[in-house]
Design a protein around this ligand. Structure first.
Ligand code: CU
Length: 180
């Protein structure tokens, strides 16, 4: 599926996006996990669906954004609603606002390892992370670091943005939202 990645990158370039795919690409499996940021039903819309995903190294994770203006930020379990150290981790940027239906672009990143990948929405209007808008890829189901616990620990936190430039994505790339 190298060809797929190449096409995606070409499309990204053509559209003039500056976000490049991460340099540390592993071999693609060809598997794409689609996750919706937002919901028409669950948790007043403050929900990732599905919010608990098992993925293999090399899989792609593709976020589709529903109203209103959500993000995806990589986090640690221990510090909910905070990004990894400055400049590190995955961040979609605030590039996917939509008043109705899906945003015209998606945000994609590649799974690089089997470590649990915690993430949250950094929209502060409505305190999305504190309200439970978070998710995980490859949770350790034998351990006590669960998504339910992450959500509980989120409640009394303050959301932190990954960088001063909240439009600048990192760790993944922006692509057109292609019909299936
Ligand atoms: Cu949100």
């Amino acid at each position: 599926m190298v060809a797929f990645t190449s096409i995606a990158l070409a499309a990204t370039t053509l559209l003039g996006f500056t976000a490049a795919a991460p340099a540390n690409q592993v071999r693609s499996t060809g598997v794409i996990h689609r996750i919706f940021a937002g919901s028409t039903t669950a948790n007043g819309g403050l929900h990732f669906e599905p919010e608990n995903v098992v993925a293999q190294i090399g899989d792609l994770v593709e976020f589709h954004f529903l109203p209103k203006n959500h993000t995806v930020v990589q986090s640690s379990f221990d510090k909910p609603c905070e990004p990894l150290a400055s400049g590190a981790g995955v961040f979609s940027g605030f590039n996917f606002a939509t008043a109705q239906g899906e945003s015209k672009n998606v945000f994609t990143f590649q799974v690089q390892n089997k470590e649990p990948f915690w993430y949250y929405c950094s929209q502060i209007i409505g305190n999305h992370c504190q309200m439970g808008m978070s998710g995980v890829i490859n949770q350790n189901f034998d351990g006590d670091k669960t998504l339910a616990k992450y959500k509980v620990n989120s409640k009394n936190t303050k959301t932190v943005q990954p960088s001063a430039d909240i439009l600048k994505s990192q760790g993944g790339w922006i692509q057109p939202n292609m019909p299936l």
